[in-house]
Design a protein around this ligand. Structure first.
Ligand code: PLP
Length: 317
């Protein structure tokens, strides 16, 4: 299990490598709720993934690792490539065959070697693990690893420092590394704050797994939230989600587009559809004049896709 101490240690370890990202706020005094965004799209490499990757690789390099291998839909691969480049070790990134171009280019920018493999996370992870038989090579799991979970949890500690009197925190769920770290940090510090997960209806593996009390796998999915296409919750992350997360909300593809459009037009922020999932859920928080925060997990968007994500019809908020 993850502990608050492990997350606090991670915060010290990665402090000089990551940005304490700002909080953006929205909502006039008479608004239904006050909405806060934790701006991890403004993090180095434009996603939170660098937090876990830094925490993990710092330890592995100390133990003699010279080559990092991972499987990723993009942002985690980019973070590992960036970290490996900075720490002076090699990186190999296994990505899905349908990975978006800017994510590929970002990995290559940091000299990461790319191997394309399949479309499900299970296929990719198995292939990446098979590459790590070589000595000095370490597999960096995108979510199911205690050091990764602790690194992502540092967002929870920062949010507690940055916004007083929070009522609810909404977090997008892929494999569950992000939400399990954040939920542990927040619930072990202040159990009164609700931690609510958000998943696309089209990638509802954690929702189904919670309902059935055991990890359930879904097939290939086409949600525009490409960072949340993981087919099954992690072995390590799922029990943490079961223990700490109050609820998981499902969001339709239209609602993701609405939240993407809201972020761009009202907040002036270009965020990933994966992050728009959490924003969409937060914008639907019951009207209680509460302080509600959404974790904006990343901002890596292919400019060519923006028009496809925008909803130019009347937005509902
Ligand atoms: C990886 C990722 C997520 C999901 O994180 P998990 O730890 O897999 O649950 C959400 N948003 C973005 C932008 C991501 O890159």
């Amino acid at each position: 299990m993850i502990t608050l101490d492990a997350i606090k240690e991670a915060r010290e370890a990665i402090r000089s490598f990551v940005i304490k990202t700002p909080i953006l706020s929205y909502g006039l005094e008479d608004a239904d709720n006050q909405i806060f965004l934790k701006a991890e799209h403004l993090q180095k490499t434009n996603s939170f993934k660098i937090r876990g990757a830094t925490n993990k690789l710092l330890k592995e390099v100390q133990n003699g690792a010279m080559h990092a291998v991972t499987a990723s839909s993009g942002n985690h691969g980019q973070a590992v490539a960036y970290n490996a480049f900075q720490l002076g070790i090699k990186a190999t990134i296994v990505t899905p065959t349908n990975v978006v171009l800017p994510k590929l280019q970002a990995i290559q920018k940091f000299n990461g070697k790319i191997e394309l493999c399949g479309t499900t996370s299970e296929e990719r992870i198995a292939h990446a693990q098979s590459l790590t038989l070589e000595k000095g090579t370490v597999f960096v799991h995108p979510y199911d690893d205690w050091d990764i979970i602790a690194g992502q949890g540092t967002i929870g500690l920062e949010v507690l420092d940055q916004v007083s009197g929070l009522d609810a925190v909404y977090v997008p769920i892929g494999g569950g590394g992000l939400i399990s770290g954040i939920a542990a940090a927040i619930k072990e510090s202040n159990p009164r704050i609700k931690v609510i997960g958000a998943e696309p209806e089209l990638a509802n593996d954690t929702f189904l797994s919670l309902q059935q009390g055991t990890r359930r796998s879904i097939g290939e999915t086409t949600t525009i939230a490409d960072g949340l296409r993981t087919s099954i919750p992690g072995e390590k992350t799922f029990p943490i989600v079961q223990k700490y997360v109050d609820e998981v909300i499902l969001v339709s593809e239209n609602q993701i587009q609405d939240a993407f459009t809201w972020s761009l037009t009202k907040m002036k922020q270009l965020i990933e559809p994966s992050s728009a999932v959490a924003v969409a859920a937060a914008l639907r928080h019951p009207k209680r004049k509460e302080k509600v925060l959404a974790v904006v997990s990343g901002g890596n968007v292919d400019p060519q896709s923006i028009s496809q994500y925008l909803n130019l019809r009347q937005i509902q908020f």
